[in-house]
Design a protein around this ligand. Structure first.
Ligand code: 13P
Length: 256
């Protein structure tokens, strides 16, 4: 099965709901419907902007997918401050990032939490984007493969292969996030190949061939082509550059 490339903007904790409306409108002005034929495009605004962005997407019939940056694994209950998979699903959310390194580092999301979230997102009929990545110390210690494949297999433990085939993996080396210091495309190519090999080992070759693997970390219009040239990279998870509709549209236009 051919993998359709995917480009995802992770807005992180940026944009009020009003700013978010402007951002998605500006993005749509800069892209033509044909631009979406070869690439699927998604934006992940903060929770507070999901409803507004959904309304713009639906009203203007935009081919842009809606994503969320995180989720809780429980469907409802006494979890103050948390947002459930069903709540996201009812807003038309298609993708949910789980295990972003900022969540792992700042909000205590460990492998067990990431695994629960991954299952919960699948159960709710959405697509998890499982984020993995090593720190600079881990890379320098030569443990990158062990760390990233360990994070991935922990997140997917117990999930049936046919469900694994539907999800998305994002390789985001922590040292390349928000630093302007991109991973060398060869390094990103090697890490994504290791992740696909790990998927083959746990879920079989056919499943591994179906999973889309994204690269994330200081992606911009100038470097997207070098990453996309790698066999196992099927798109990008973009932070900073996704906040600027001109930049994000220029990245999407790589596919046009
Ligand atoms: P930057 O593109 O700002 O480096 O962020 C990457 C990222 O963390 C996307 O999830």
């Amino acid at each position: 099965m051919a993998r359709k490339d995917l480009i995802v903007g992770n807005w992180k904790m940026n944009a009020t709901h009003l700013e978010a409306i402007q951002m998605v409108q500006k993005l749509s002005y800069r892209l033509e419907t044909d631009d979406f034929e070869r690439v699927e495009v998604a934006v992940c605004p903060p929770f507070t902007a999901l409803r507004s962005v959904q309304t713009v997407i639906e009203t203007d019939h935009l081919p842009i997918r809606l994503g969320a940056q995180d989720v809780h694994w429980q469907e409802s209950g006494a979890y103050t401050g948390a947002v459930s998979p069903g709540m996201l699903r009812s807003l038309g959310v298609r993708f949910v990032i789980v295990g972003h390194s900022e969540r792992r580092a700042m909000f205590g999301d460990d492998d067990a939490a990431v695994a629960r979230k991954t299952v919960a997102v699948l159960d709710a009929g959405m697509i998890p984007i499982v984020a993995v990545g090593e720190s600079l110390e881990q890379r320098e210690a030569g443990t990158t493969e062990e760390i990233i494949t360990g994070q991935l297999t922990a997140a997917l433990r117990g999930i049936a292969p046919e469900r694994v085939a539907t999800l998305v993996v994002a390789y985001e080396p922590i040292w390349a996030i928000g630093t302007g210091r991109t991973a060398d495309p060869d390094i990103a190519g090697q890490a994504t190949a290791q992740l696909r090999a790990a998927l083959s080992a746990t879920s079989g070759n056919e499943v591994a061939a179906a999973v889309r693997i994204l690269y994330g970390g200081s992606v911009n219009p100038g470097n997207i082509a070098a990453f996309m040239a790698k066999r196992d990279i099927d798109g990008a998870l973009v932070g900073g550059a996704s906040l600027d509709p001109d930049q994000f549209a220029a990245i999407v236009r790589y596919w046009v």
